[in-house]
Design a protein around this ligand. Structure first.
Ligand SMILES: C[S@@+](CC[C@H](N)C(=O)[O-])C[C@H]1O[C@@H](n2cnc3c(N)ncnc32)[C@H](O)[C@@H]1O
Length: 284
């Protein structure tokens, strides 16, 4: 009989040998997910047995992890603000910083005091942002936009899973190309912002598995953000809000480009690690 303690130990050893990040934690998370048991409960019962069927599934998943596929793709799910978001190679894995972006949007009281605020998520990917907003603000009229039809398919599937798909308009387009003037109260976007030259040096679990169209933001990383800022000035109503996730070295450049585009109340916000990660602005 293989005991849980020995099994996790063996997996953690294999992950360490393949330079998988946080080998012990990854082993525990994988076993907990596949056995459908809380991680702490597993740690507390090292003498329990691992059924052979679970062992097989865990070994299959561990081979993918040893090849540096991200855990969320292997498990097919990520937690985003307490919501289970299906994840696969069609879209970026939702990140914790993006949870903070959603929290900043939710904290914008004057936006949510409007009777039916129209909110668009540009570059929706897995749909994690717009689904969280639709769940938290049932009176919002939501739009999800992506240039990738594959990402939109995944986002739609996630919206169905959370029951908010009828409240979201789905748009396959280049940024705001299909959005009429003065038709939105708020735009939120986590667009690609990594400078092209930095992409080859990304960790291999990111570089080799996540879609490059979701990461590469052009020579300075600001191509999409710059275009969006210009388009959003007309797509937003006067007094509309723009919320952006940005790279940690892009705060001053994003402030400049938003000023040049004519925005007001520009606020570069920091993440929990005190790095510039978000830009907030409004239209005059
Ligand atoms: C960094 S990912 C963000 C995904 C998701 N919003 C999140 O926060 O996890 C950027 C997304 O922008 C999309 N994208 C890239 N260029 C685009 C464009 N020109 N117009 C619309 N979407 C675009 C990509 O397909 C990708 O899904």
């Amino acid at each position: 009989m293989t005991t849980l303690g020995a099994f996790i130990e063996e997996l953690a050893g294999a992950f360490a040998a393949h330079a998988v990040d946080e080998p012990r934690l990854t082993a525990e998370l994988l076993v907990a997910e596949i056995m459908q048991r809380p991680r702490l409960e597993l740690i507390a019962s090292p003498g329990a047995c691992v059924p052979p069927a679970d062992q097989e599934r865990i070994h299959a998943a561990s081979r993918r992890l040893c090849a540096h596929e991200p855990l969320q793709y292997v498990l097919g799910s990520a937690n985003f603000l307490g919501h289970a978001i299906e994840t696969d190679r069609r879209a970026l894995i939702p990140r914790p910083e993006t949870e903070q972006l959603v929290e900043l949007v939710l904290a914008c009281a004057p936006l949510w005091e409007r009777p039916a605020p129209r909110v668009a998520d540009v570059g929706t990917g897995s749909g994690c942002i717009i689904i969280s907003l639709a769940l938290a603000r049932p009176h919002a009229a939501c739009t999800a936009i992506d240039a990738s039809a594959h990402a939109l398919e995944l986002a739609h599937k996630n919206a169905v899973r959370h029951g908010v798909h009828p409240r979201i308009a789905w748009t396959h387009s280049d940024l705001l190309a299909d959005v009429p003037d003065a038709s939105l109260d708020a735009i939120v976007a986590n667009l690609p912002y990594i400078p092209s030259g930095a992409c080859p040096a990304l960790p291999r679990n990111v570089r080799d598995y996540e879609p490059m169209d979701a990461l590469d933001g052009g020579p300075a990383g600001l191509d999409l953000v710059t275009r969006l800022a210009a388009q959003a000035r007309t797509a937003l109503v006067p007094g509309g809000y723009l919320f952006l996730e940005i790279g940690d070295e892009q705060g001053p450049a994003v402030r400049d480009l938003l000023e040049n585009a004519g925005y007001r109340h520009i606020n570069i916000k920091k993440d929990l690690a005190q790095r510039d990660r978000f830009a907030l602005a409004s239209t005059p």
